[in-house]
Design a protein. Structure first.
Length: 492
């Protein structure tokens, strides 16, 4: 700080001395009776101006290079890549215009300086000139706007169908933190009731504890997402405007009290991968005196609030992590459902209102976990569900992930030679009933055909499509639909 003040002081003094010297020279000339030579003066000033212009442009280039480390690293989301492309196209266009206009500005000051032997041309109007300086910026703007709109429609698609394996997280902002609610293992959020009855200091979101889906919902103190798995945030705010901001993913959306908003993307880089990228960044590669390690070792993504929402606005920072599905599952296991932690309080609250928390339905449906089944053996009473056998909309073609799951089933059948498998494919209620039935049959058949290629005898496989006839959740909600699109199998 002192250094900067000293440097500034020296510059000011230097300027003052130059001014005084110039004044003295001028006075001496007047005393000597020399006439002021405006032409020569203007020429000197014009040249000085050009030198200054060059210095200015060089300083711009230098500061750009000097501050390069502060530019955000490679975007960690699919849309981030597109948004960065737009950003850089805009920077290049404006940068080129900046250089052209500034070079011309400083050059013209010298070229058109006042000279005694020439006078300025005057014209009031030129249609051609106006056409040029209107159409070029208009065209450039049109190109930028069209490119921007294209990206916008990608980021906010008007699509009803969601990716089958999408992770949905609810983020509610308040002064001054984020409440991140995960739907728990069932993938369904407990309902919320916005009424005085339900909302209290203990239940700020007004979660309806009579809804069994709420019993496994948990609040996370740090944001966890899965690499390569689409994530969607349902956004809200309790008090004032906030803004959900994930700079490393180039994602930002307002949180408005009373108006639900949302944003979604697919994380593409784990924290570990971004740390790797930051190794070459001079700020992040520098040793942190507190830990004696390079700073990048401690790097995490950030969730921040981008709306100046009050005096502790800056405190709305939360670490964010992108991890593999297996690490995410491990983390999920460490999270305690809010209902479990506060069971006594909630039970008392329910009892005071003569309400009961309806018990989760007893079901023999269980989600398929290959390692577990390998270890524990096949449960012949259970119906296994999996979303790892997935098909793109309207298709019955197996992708690599689905084949990998079927490979696991083939292994289990090889191991349990006395078992048979019954495969059942289900769809949600979107589209024509008969077509859904036909499609689900084709999908079940595709699974069975694949198992045949793995050497499983056809008399051990049964495959049936049920279309939309056997929903296990409400088709009115996206989450419900996602649960209904499933493949089930049981061993007998
Ligand atoms: Cu805020």
């Amino acid at each position: 700080m002192l250094n900067i003040l000293l440097t500034l002081g020296v510059i000011v003094l230097f300027y003052a001395v130059a001014l005084i010297l110039a004044n003295i020279v001028e006075r001496i000339r007047t005393l000597r009776g020399e006439e002021l030579n405006y032409s020569r003066n203007n020429q000197t000033h014009g040249k000085l101006f050009m030198i200054y212009g060059l210095f200015f442009l060089l300083m711009c280039a230098f500061s750009l290079k000097y501050m390069e480390f502060a530019i955000l690293p490679t975007p960690a989301s699919n849309w981030g890549v597109e948004i960065d492309k737009l950003f850089w196209v805009t920077c290049w266009i404006t940068g080129i215009v900046f250089v052209i206009t500034h070079v011309s500005l400083f050059y013209f000051v010298w070229k058109y300086r006042g000279r005694e032997d020439r006078s300025a041309t005057f014209f009031a109007h030129s249609g051609k000139l106006e056409l040029i300086w209107t159409s070029i910026p208009a065209l450039t703007m049109a190109v930028l706007v069209v490119m921007g709109l294209k990206t916008w429609f990608n980021v906010f698609p008007n699509k009803k169908t969601l990716p089958a394996n999408q992770l949905t997280i609810e983020a509610t902002a308040k002064q001054f933190n984020w409440m991140l609610r995960y739907p728990g293992p069932d993938g369904v959020f407990g309902k919320r009731v916005i009424s005085k009855e339900f909302i209290s200091a203990d239940n700020e979101l007004g979660i309806d504890w009579t809804d069994p889906a709420s019993h496994d919902d948990f609040f996370a103190s740090e944001l966890y997402m899965v690499k390569g798995r689409p994530v969607h945030f349902n956004l809200g705010a309790l008090d004032v405007l906030h803004s959900f901001y994930l700079p490393h993913f180039r994602m930002k959306m307002d949180c408005v009290p009373g108006v639900p908003t949302g944003i979604g993307f697919t994380p593409t880089l784990t924290n570990e991968e971004t740390r790797e990228l930051l190794k070459t960044n001079k700020h992040w590669a520098a040793i942190d005196p507190e830990t004696n390690e390079p700073r990048y070792m401690k790097f995490n993504y950030e969730l921040a609030c981008a709306e100046l929402c009050g005096k502790s606005h800056y405190g709305m920072m939360m670490p964010a992590h992108v991890v593999s599905q297996s690490k995410f599952d491990e983390w999920m296991k460490t999270q305690k459902p809010f209902y479990e932690v506060n069971k006594d309080k909630i039970q008392a609250w329910l009892a005071a209102r003569n309400l009961t928390a309806s018990a989760p339905e007893v079901s023999n449906h269980t989600s398929f976990n290959f390692e577990e089944v390998m270890k524990m053996g096949i449960d012949k009473d259970a119906v296994y569900e999996t979303d790892a056998i997935e098909f793109s909309s309207g298709s019955s073609e197996l992708n690599a992930k689905s084949k990998a799951t079927l490979d696991q089933l083939a292994l289990l059948l090889e191991k349990n030679t006395d078992s048979k498998i019954a495969l059942a494919a289900h769809t949600d209620s979107d589209g024509d009933d008969a077509k859904n039935l036909e499609l689900s049959q084709k999908r079940a058949d595709a699974c069975s055909a694949y198992l045949l290629t793995k050497g499983i005898k056809s008399d051990r496989i049964a495959a049936k499509g049920f279309g939309e006839t056997q929903p296990i959740a409400d088709n009115a909600s996206k989450e419900g639909k996602q649960k209904n699109r499933r493949t089930e199998f049981d061993f007998n």
